[in-house]
Design a protein around this ligand. Structure first.
Ligand code: NAD
Length: 434
């Protein structure tokens, strides 16, 4: 059993801390936000993530996980320190790694004996070297340590399962000693024969960006194919189904929609594009994927405006605010652009999300929020579906029609049956469907 510190208790830190404690280690989770730590100490979960409450409860009961703001004590008492703080987009698209640097300074200051220091946050290629320099400069006396890059691939909405059953674990370590310690941290996965790749630090950092940028690229590609389908009378669902049957392509990430959002793809594509330009090997494919994504979000607003004959004075229900289902995260969500577009176009928004109303209120405090799709859609001119929550897939469309003032519906996630919409005489639009 190892003593583990996880610094940063957001979507990644909290799930990783819970998962590592479930592997049998003793975990201390640290955050600078005292209010968050207080909540966790009281048994409350600050984010919505299916299954997280259960796994945390189980490990709190077993005495394997605890929460604190005391970074000094936690660093001194641990064998392995995970850095899982945020790395939001900074100036010129580059990642802002100031929180990681702050943590590195604290680690250097409080390092008292050998430890493995491991970055889980997504950081630009080359950050490992910077972190080591910060740690070295902050040390009061020379202490041996190893630095590891261990990027995280969990997806919000299925994060607990993704952490416990990953496709692979990447360990960028320049020493075998550190790799062996990391194998012990991930022992249950190692026993399960989860692929565990030992690389150098820069390679591990690159794997994360290369993976995220590729997935973003796939989404932008399929969105452009969907847009072209609309012009040539083809159906995107049949196209992507057939494409996905080709093993070289795979069916994953072939869903057209309103443009990718979330806390990772937008900032990570910007970061790798900015880095590549800085290094004079510009990634033109990624730059194009970013541009396509911006256009896709605007295209959705234009679609809505042309479907309903202009936005001015219209009451529009926006169903789904989270950037994907099963999360309360609205960071860079396409619904932000949609709401903004409706407001700028002179319309009124009636918003509803099963979980994310509270998160969106921080961005749009003045729009109206509702507690069900029925109340949000009451007497509206149009409905826009922005997130593919199951609840919206199963909406009673007859009932929906009966409560709306007009019968316009824009389904940016293609979750409603086109035949049913036709039969019920809805005036509808979607992304690339016949
Ligand atoms: P988040 O914003 O949800 O959480 C970050 C946490 O770090 C916050 O609770 C914040 O208070 C805390 N923090 C900031 N500075 C701190 C400091 N100096 N000391 C202690 N705590 C501090 O972020 P997130 O979504 O969990 O992402 C964390 C990292 O993981 C990012 O680099 C992100 O790119 C990466 N990542 C995220 C996901 C995801 O799905 N969210 C998936 C894979 C990787």
């Amino acid at each position: 059993m190892k003593k583990i510190a996880v610094i940063g208790t957001g979507y990644v830190g909290l799930v990783s801390g819970a998962g590592i404690s479930d592997f049998g280690h003793h975990v201390t989770c640290v955050d600078i936000l005292a209010s968050k730590i207080k909540l966790l100490q009281e048994g409350e979960i600050p984010i919505y993530e299916p299954g997280l409450k259960e796994i945390l409860y189980r490990n709190v009961q077993a005495g394997r996980i605890n929460f604190t703001t005391n970074i000094e004590k936690t660093i001194k008492n641990s064998d392995v320190i995970f850095i899982a703080v945020g790395t939001p987009e900074g100036e010129n698209g580059l990642a802002d790694i100031s929180a990681v640097e702050d943590v590195a300074r604290s680690i250097g200051r409080y390092l008292s004996d050998y430890k493995v220091i491991c970055t889980k946050s997504t950081v630009p290629i080359g950050t490992g070297e910077k972190i080591c320099k910060i740690i070295d400069d902050a040390m009061l006396k020379p202490v041996e340590y190893d630095y590891v890059s261990n990027p995280e691939f969990l997806r919000e909405g299925s994060a607990v399962n993704d952490f416990l059953r990953p496709d692979r674990v990447i360990i960028g370590a320049n020493s075998d000693k550190a790799f062996d310690i990391m194998k012990k941290v991930y022992r249950p996965l190692f026993i399960n024969e989860t692929p565990m790749l030992h690389t150098n630090v820069a390679t591990a950092e690159m794997i994360k960006y290369a993976s995220n940028a590729f997935l973003a690229l796939k989404i932008s590609y399929v969105n452009e194919i969907a847009n072209l389908c609309e012009e040539v009378g083809a159906d995107i669902h049949q196209v992507t189904k057939a494409m996905g049957q080709d093993g070289r392509i795979s069916k994953k990430f072939l869903h057209p929609g309103p443009g990718f959002g979330g806390s990772c793809f937008p900032k990570d594509t910007h970061a790798i594009a900015a880095l590549s330009t800085e290094k004079s090997v510009p990634m033109n494919t990624v730059i194009a994927a970013i541009k396509t994504n911006v256009k896709q979000k605007t295209r959705m607003i234009n679609k809505l405006a042309s479907l309903i004959g202009g936005l001015t004075g219209k009451n529009i229900a926006v169903l789904g605010l989270a950037f994907k289902p099963n999360t309360d995260d609205v960071r860079e969500s396409a619904s932000i652009d949609m709401i903004d577009g409706i407001i700028k176009g002179g319309g009124c928004v009636q918003a509803y999300d099963p979980i994310a109303n509270k998160s969106m209120k921080e961005i749009f405090p003045k729009i109206k929020y509702f507690n069900s799709w029925e109340t949000a859609c009451n007497n509206v001119d149009a409905v826009v579906i922005m997130t593919e929550w199951n609840e919206f897939r199963g909406m009673d469309l007859k009932k929906l029609k009966s409560i709306m003032k007009s019968s316009f519906i824009l389904d940016t996630r293609n979750i409603l049956s086109v035949n049913l919409l036709k039969n019920l005489n809805f005036k509808y639009d979607n992304v690339g469907r016949l």
